[in-house]
Write a protein that binds this ligand. Structure first.
Ligand code: ADE
Length: 224
Protein backbone atom coordinates (compact mmCIF):
# COMPACT_ATOMS: atom_id res chain seq x y z
CA UNK A 1 0.00 0.00 0.00
CA UNK A 2 1.13 3.53 -0.74
CA UNK A 3 -0.34 6.54 1.10
CA UNK A 4 0.38 10.11 -0.05
CA UNK A 5 -0.65 12.72 2.50
CA UNK A 6 -1.12 16.34 1.42
CA UNK A 7 -0.76 18.70 4.36
CA UNK A 8 0.35 22.18 5.43
CA UNK A 9 1.77 20.70 8.64
CA UNK A 10 3.93 17.67 7.75
CA UNK A 11 5.75 17.96 11.10
CA UNK A 12 2.47 17.25 12.92
CA UNK A 13 2.14 13.97 11.05
CA UNK A 14 5.65 12.57 11.44
CA UNK A 15 5.72 10.93 14.86
CA UNK A 16 2.85 8.40 14.45
CA UNK A 17 4.84 6.80 11.62
CA UNK A 18 8.10 6.76 13.58
CA UNK A 19 6.99 4.49 16.42
CA UNK A 20 5.63 1.04 17.12
CA UNK A 21 3.42 -0.83 14.67
CA UNK A 22 3.28 1.80 11.92
CA UNK A 23 7.06 2.16 11.96
CA UNK A 24 7.49 -1.61 11.70
CA UNK A 25 4.97 -1.83 8.85
CA UNK A 26 7.01 0.75 6.92
CA UNK A 27 10.30 -0.98 7.72
CA UNK A 28 8.88 -4.33 6.57
CA UNK A 29 7.98 -2.66 3.26
CA UNK A 30 4.25 -3.37 3.72
CA UNK A 31 3.31 0.30 3.43
CA UNK A 32 4.91 3.49 2.11
CA UNK A 33 3.81 6.85 3.50
CA UNK A 34 4.82 10.08 1.75
CA UNK A 35 4.11 13.60 2.99
CA UNK A 36 3.63 16.49 0.57
CA UNK A 37 3.71 20.06 1.81
CA UNK A 38 0.98 22.00 0.04
CA UNK A 39 3.08 25.16 0.30
CA UNK A 40 5.50 23.64 -2.24
CA UNK A 41 2.73 23.86 -4.86
CA UNK A 42 1.86 27.55 -4.74
CA UNK A 43 3.31 30.35 -6.88
CA UNK A 44 1.93 33.03 -4.59
CA UNK A 45 4.10 35.17 -2.32
CA UNK A 46 4.60 33.97 1.28
CA UNK A 47 3.67 30.48 0.02
CA UNK A 48 0.03 31.44 0.41
CA UNK A 49 -2.39 28.49 0.16
CA UNK A 50 -5.58 30.06 1.53
CA UNK A 51 -7.68 33.17 0.94
CA UNK A 52 -10.78 35.02 2.16
CA UNK A 53 -14.12 33.45 1.31
CA UNK A 54 -16.29 34.94 -1.42
CA UNK A 55 -19.45 36.45 0.00
CA UNK A 56 -17.75 37.36 3.25
CA UNK A 57 -17.63 35.49 6.53
CA UNK A 58 -15.05 34.54 9.12
CA UNK A 59 -12.23 32.16 8.30
CA UNK A 60 -9.92 31.40 5.41
CA UNK A 61 -10.53 28.81 2.71
CA UNK A 62 -7.86 26.63 1.11
CA UNK A 63 -7.49 27.51 -2.58
CA UNK A 64 -8.02 25.01 -5.39
CA UNK A 65 -4.85 25.74 -7.39
CA UNK A 66 -2.12 24.38 -5.07
CA UNK A 67 -4.28 21.34 -4.24
CA UNK A 68 -4.97 20.67 -7.93
CA UNK A 69 -1.26 21.00 -8.77
CA UNK A 70 -0.19 18.69 -5.97
CA UNK A 71 -2.77 16.00 -6.83
CA UNK A 72 -1.97 16.29 -10.55
CA UNK A 73 1.74 15.80 -9.91
CA UNK A 74 0.99 12.64 -7.89
CA UNK A 75 -1.47 11.31 -10.46
CA UNK A 76 1.14 11.83 -13.19
CA UNK A 77 3.25 9.17 -11.46
CA UNK A 78 0.61 6.51 -10.77
CA UNK A 79 -3.11 5.81 -10.52
CA UNK A 80 -4.90 6.20 -7.19
CA UNK A 81 -7.81 4.12 -5.87
CA UNK A 82 -9.16 6.98 -3.76
CA UNK A 83 -8.51 10.67 -3.08
CA UNK A 84 -9.71 11.11 0.48
CA UNK A 85 -10.50 14.44 2.15
CA UNK A 86 -10.48 14.54 5.97
CA UNK A 87 -13.39 16.72 7.09
CA UNK A 88 -15.85 16.76 10.01
CA UNK A 89 -18.79 16.64 7.56
CA UNK A 90 -17.54 13.46 5.86
CA UNK A 91 -18.76 9.88 6.41
CA UNK A 92 -17.89 8.79 9.94
CA UNK A 93 -15.03 6.30 10.09
CA UNK A 94 -15.87 2.87 11.49
CA UNK A 95 -14.25 -0.57 11.45
CA UNK A 96 -16.14 -1.70 8.34
CA UNK A 97 -14.83 1.32 6.42
CA UNK A 98 -11.30 0.75 7.76
CA UNK A 99 -11.47 -2.88 6.59
CA UNK A 100 -12.42 -1.88 3.05
CA UNK A 101 -9.88 0.96 2.81
CA UNK A 102 -7.15 -1.42 4.04
CA UNK A 103 -7.63 -3.41 0.81
CA UNK A 104 -6.67 -0.48 -1.45
CA UNK A 105 -3.31 -0.30 -3.22
CA UNK A 106 -2.83 3.42 -2.94
CA UNK A 107 -4.58 6.57 -1.88
CA UNK A 108 -4.12 10.28 -1.46
CA UNK A 109 -5.26 11.85 1.81
CA UNK A 110 -5.87 15.61 1.82
CA UNK A 111 -5.85 17.31 5.22
CA UNK A 112 -8.09 20.38 5.50
CA UNK A 113 -7.46 23.51 7.56
CA UNK A 114 -9.23 26.74 8.49
CA UNK A 115 -12.78 26.76 7.08
CA UNK A 116 -11.91 23.88 4.77
CA UNK A 117 -11.21 23.69 1.04
CA UNK A 118 -12.86 25.43 -1.90
CA UNK A 119 -16.00 23.44 -2.76
CA UNK A 120 -14.69 22.86 -6.30
CA UNK A 121 -11.90 20.70 -4.85
CA UNK A 122 -14.49 18.48 -3.21
CA UNK A 123 -16.61 18.23 -6.35
CA UNK A 124 -13.85 17.52 -8.87
CA UNK A 125 -10.79 16.06 -7.13
CA UNK A 126 -12.03 14.16 -4.06
CA UNK A 127 -13.53 10.66 -4.27
CA UNK A 128 -14.22 10.04 -0.57
CA UNK A 129 -14.77 12.31 2.46
CA UNK A 130 -14.07 10.95 5.92
CA UNK A 131 -14.69 12.27 9.44
CA UNK A 132 -13.20 10.58 12.50
CA UNK A 133 -16.08 11.68 14.73
CA UNK A 134 -18.58 14.40 15.56
CA UNK A 135 -16.12 16.98 16.87
CA UNK A 136 -13.99 19.57 15.13
CA UNK A 137 -10.20 19.26 15.04
CA UNK A 138 -7.97 22.19 14.15
CA UNK A 139 -6.91 20.37 11.00
CA UNK A 140 -7.25 17.08 9.17
CA UNK A 141 -3.77 15.82 10.15
CA UNK A 142 -4.74 14.04 13.37
CA UNK A 143 -7.73 12.55 11.56
CA UNK A 144 -5.41 11.32 8.79
CA UNK A 145 -3.11 9.77 11.42
CA UNK A 146 -6.09 7.97 13.00
CA UNK A 147 -7.27 6.71 9.59
CA UNK A 148 -3.75 5.52 8.67
CA UNK A 149 -3.32 3.70 11.99
CA UNK A 150 -6.73 2.00 11.65
CA UNK A 151 -6.03 0.75 8.11
CA UNK A 152 -2.31 -0.07 8.28
CA UNK A 153 -2.73 -2.46 11.22
CA UNK A 154 -5.19 -4.46 9.08
CA UNK A 155 -2.72 -5.07 6.22
CA UNK A 156 -1.75 -8.77 6.28
CA UNK A 157 1.67 -9.20 7.90
CA UNK A 158 1.62 -5.96 9.89
CA UNK A 159 0.36 -7.54 13.11
CA UNK A 160 1.72 -10.80 14.44
CA UNK A 161 -0.40 -13.50 16.07
CA UNK A 162 -0.30 -11.92 19.52
CA UNK A 163 -1.77 -8.69 18.23
CA UNK A 164 -4.08 -10.15 15.59
CA UNK A 165 -6.77 -7.76 14.44
CA UNK A 166 -9.28 -10.59 14.05
CA UNK A 167 -10.20 -10.52 17.74
CA UNK A 168 -10.42 -6.71 17.97
CA UNK A 169 -13.44 -4.95 19.29
CA UNK A 170 -15.85 -4.15 16.38
CA UNK A 171 -14.35 -6.78 14.07
CA UNK A 172 -17.58 -8.84 14.36
CA UNK A 173 -19.72 -5.84 15.40
CA UNK A 174 -19.20 -6.83 19.04
CA UNK A 175 -17.04 -5.22 21.70
CA UNK A 176 -14.10 -7.35 22.84
CA UNK A 177 -14.49 -9.36 26.08
CA UNK A 178 -12.56 -8.49 29.29
CA UNK A 179 -8.92 -9.64 29.40
CA UNK A 180 -6.66 -10.52 32.34
CA UNK A 181 -2.98 -11.27 32.88
CA UNK A 182 -0.74 -12.33 35.81
CA UNK A 183 -1.05 -12.37 38.76
CA UNK A 184 -4.19 -14.49 39.05
CA UNK A 185 -4.98 -12.71 42.33
CA UNK A 186 -4.07 -9.12 43.27
CA UNK A 187 -5.14 -7.56 46.58
CA UNK A 188 -8.02 -10.07 46.72
CA UNK A 189 -9.10 -9.31 43.11
CA UNK A 190 -9.40 -12.63 41.30
CA UNK A 191 -9.28 -13.59 37.65
CA UNK A 192 -12.46 -15.53 36.67
CA UNK A 193 -11.86 -19.27 37.38
CA UNK A 194 -12.91 -20.28 33.88
CA UNK A 195 -9.85 -18.51 32.36
CA UNK A 196 -7.52 -20.61 34.56
CA UNK A 197 -9.38 -23.90 33.87
CA UNK A 198 -7.58 -24.88 30.67
CA UNK A 199 -10.97 -25.84 29.20
CA UNK A 200 -10.60 -23.98 25.90
CA UNK A 201 -14.07 -24.65 24.40
CA UNK A 202 -15.62 -23.34 27.64
CA UNK A 203 -13.24 -20.36 27.67
CA UNK A 204 -14.24 -19.52 24.11
CA UNK A 205 -17.91 -19.72 25.06
CA UNK A 206 -17.31 -17.48 28.11
CA UNK A 207 -15.57 -14.91 25.90
CA UNK A 208 -18.46 -14.90 23.42
CA UNK A 209 -20.99 -14.45 26.25
CA UNK A 210 -18.94 -11.63 27.78
CA UNK A 211 -18.56 -9.88 24.42
CA UNK A 212 -22.31 -10.01 23.91
CA UNK A 213 -23.03 -8.83 27.48
CA UNK A 214 -20.59 -5.92 27.15
CA UNK A 215 -22.05 -4.91 23.81
CA UNK A 216 -25.63 -5.05 25.18
CA UNK A 217 -24.61 -2.87 28.12
CA UNK A 218 -22.39 -0.34 26.38
CA UNK A 219 -23.28 -0.26 22.69
CA UNK A 220 -26.74 -1.76 22.10
CA UNK A 221 -26.80 0.18 18.80
CA UNK A 222 -24.22 -2.28 17.39
CA UNK A 223 -26.62 -5.20 17.81
CA UNK A 224 -29.42 -3.69 15.71
N1 ADE B 1 -10.91 17.96 10.36
C1 ADE B 1 -11.47 18.68 11.36
N2 ADE B 1 -12.27 17.93 12.12
C2 ADE B 1 -12.22 16.67 11.60
C3 ADE B 1 -12.85 15.43 11.94
N3 ADE B 1 -13.69 15.32 12.97
N4 ADE B 1 -12.57 14.36 11.18
C4 ADE B 1 -11.73 14.46 10.13
N5 ADE B 1 -11.12 15.58 9.76
C5 ADE B 1 -11.36 16.69 10.48
Amino acid sequence: MRIDIITVLPELLKSPFEASILKRAIEKGLVEVHMHNLRDYTDKSYNQIDDYQFGGGAGMVMMIEPIDKCIASLKAEREYDEVIYMTPDGETLNQKMANSISLLDNMIILCGHYKGVDQRVRETLITKEISIGDYVLSGGELGAAVLCDAIIRLIPGVLNNETSALTDTFQDNLLAPPVYTRPSEYKGLKVPDILLSGNFPEIEKWREDQALKRTEERRPDLLK
